[in-house]
Design a protein around this ligand. Structure first.
Ligand code: ATP
Ligand code: MG
Length: 267
């Protein structure tokens, strides 16, 4: 399979700022723990996520998807390699600057929601705005709350919500500040088909209407079919990178991973 152009320009060593890239990772490597128990979660991933695109990241459990998202979003430091958000290279930044950049440019929907139990739904959604000292766009926040179906739950605490409702709060929180890049780790994992469809349509619309960038981990080929591109990880490396493959082809690629003795780099 030919590599797409987004993946091609990764190697050009001196051209550090790819025009139009929202996020870029180069030789990204992450090792958890130390020998003899060290786990290599990412072996040296290269990837470019262009502005205004929607990418689905797929692959078996333990293949490094969450690790890729967390290091690319500046939530965790890689063992080696580089990450750019816009034209800022993250390894150069102090913790304070990194936190500031995250608050202003990045939204993150965690696999485990990470809502604050002591705050109401409304307070959870508004938290990133509060933390970054912004007032926010009230009409936009209202629209997000409506579209994730939380209007009648705003004063509830997370513990009073179902798993799917908590997931929707996490999604609304990530969208509230209109960040340039939204990272979502299995944002529809706890949702029924209809609610999942609404959330995916909302993610699709922020990409199409406001040019934000979405990078979404999912195990669901139907969810992935909302994306412009599907990247498949296995054993900490990218093994497929496909523009708009459609649910059927995605399912075939995932099935083929189970058949190969060891994942190999393609392209
Ligand atoms: N904090 C950690 N300490 C040690 N090992 C870790 C840690 N986080 C992840 N790992 C290991 O790194 C590898 C990749 O984990 P990661 O969470 O990125 O996988 P994933 O593709 O998101 O899987 P899933 O689909 O199950 O969420 C796994 O082998 C995991 O056990
Ligand atoms: Mg994960």
């Amino acid at each position: 399979m030919p590599m797409n152009s987004a993946a091609m320009d990764v190697g050009s060593a001196s051209g550090m700022v790819a025009a139009g890239s929202a996020v870029r990772v180069q030789q990204l490597r992450k090792v958890y723990g130390s020998e003899p128990q060290a786990v290599t979660a990412l072996v040296g991933v290269n990837a470019v996520f262009q502005r205004g695109t929607f990418t689905a990241v797929m692959g078996p459990s333990g293949s490094g998807k969450s690790t890729l998202l967390q290091t690319a979003a500046g939530l965790d430091r890689p063992t080696s390699g580089m990450v750019w958000v816009g034209d800022t290279e993250l390894s150069q930044l102090s913790e304070t600057k990194l936190t500031k950049l995250r608050r202003s440019k990045v939204g993150f929907v965690f696999q485990a929601f990470n809502l604050i139990g002591a705050l109401s739904v409304q307070e959870n959604i508004l938290l990133p705005l509060r933390l970054s000292g912004q007032r926010g766009d009230a009409a936009w926040i209202q629209q997000v709350v409506d579209r994730v179906g939380l209007t009648d739950r705003l004063t509830h605490r997370p513990a009073q919500l179902s798993g799917g409702q908590q997931q929707r709060v996490a999604i609304a929180r990530a969208l509230a500040t209109r960040p340039e890049v939204i990272f979502c780790d299995e944002p529809t994992g706890a949702l029924d088909t209809q609610t999942a469809g609404e959330v995916l349509a909302l993610l699709r619309s922020v990409v199409d209407e406001t040019g934000q960038t979405v990078i979404m981990v999912t195990h669901d080929p139907v969810a992935a079919s909302y994306a412009d591109r599907v990247m498949v990880l296995a054993d900490g490396e990218v093994v497929h990178d496909m523009p708009q493959p459609g649910a059927e082809r995605i399912a075939e690629h995932l099935a083929s991973l189970g058949r190969r003795p060891r994942a190999t780099q393609e392209g």
